[in-house]
Design a binder for this molecule. Sequence first.
Ligand code: KG4
Ligand code: ZN
Length: 337
Amino acid sequence: MRILAIETSCDDTSVALVENKGGFKVLENIVSSQIKVHKKWGGVVPNLAKREHQKNLPLIIRKIIKCSNPDFIAVTNGPGLEPCLWVGINFAIDLAERLKKPLIPVNHIESHLLANWAELGKKEIKFPALALIVSGGHTILILVKGIGEYEMVGETRDDAAGECFDKIARILGFGYPGGPIISQKASELKKRKYDIKLPRPMIYQNNYDFSFSGLKTAVLYEFQNRSPKARKSKDYIREICFEAQEAITDVLLKKTIKAAKDFKVSTIILGGGVVANKSLREKFKKAAGEAGLEIVLPSAEYCTDNAVMTAVTAFFNKDKAGDWKDLSADANLKIGK
Ligand code: KG4
Ligand code: ZN
């Protein structure tokens, strides 16, 4: 069975063709990034993103459709930036009608979670598991009782972790997206000289929620209170990037491990763009090993937005297939209970 999937929830125009014959095989996977368009604005500008999707989607589809014969069309219908979601949805409805194939709507958060299944092969996941989905728009802890059986146990009360990386990068004068550049600068740190200390918000609170907006403000004050000379120094920038990355990943790790123990799961599943962060990956692997927990995480290319994960998720939601002529974008679509 072949699924052609479209993902336009944020700033990547992505189309994939995925086959399932017992396991998943990626036949096509195109991601057209809009980083160049949004970089100078320090974040994603929804109307520019919509324009880029409208421009790119027909070109990408034309490339893929020639050699494919999909059984289903899939599309992300939320959560995400509403104007961007609509571009993918309208395109998918039209394509499904033209090809006379059923359409499957896909939840973007579930797709970040199920991205892992694209690469699982014969490996089986033991449920219940605890998933941390951490991206530019979301920071959510989900108790996963099985595929499709989700209970949200915690989320951010303000900014998402990826958003925090992006806002800190903007304060430091870097462009969008912030995660990769902060990670790069942090990895160049040799020795701490400036004694930079940032808060780990909510780390010891007895709940599974997060808060990152205070951390961004702490970075702003730390940066503004330094001399112009320090602010221009490479060592200072490396150290503040390192400390900011440590603060974000410490909180994510501590709260996830606590939730995994409290809910007595044996597996932690990670997903979302921030999971591309090398330091986070290493920390989670080490801590999970020490706690006797299995850890599952996608390779970096399936952490950030891609339509392979959309196709894989559609496969597990085949019961939703229909003509969906009235499918709407839902910018705030939730996952689970
Ligand atoms: O999942 P994603 O591609 O889009 C959303 O659904 O939001 O995530 C994008 C986010 C951005 O905030 C970006 O800064 C962050 O993921 N990100 C990273 C890294 N690569 C991307 N954050 C930390 N380290 C990275 N290496
Ligand atoms: Zn995403």
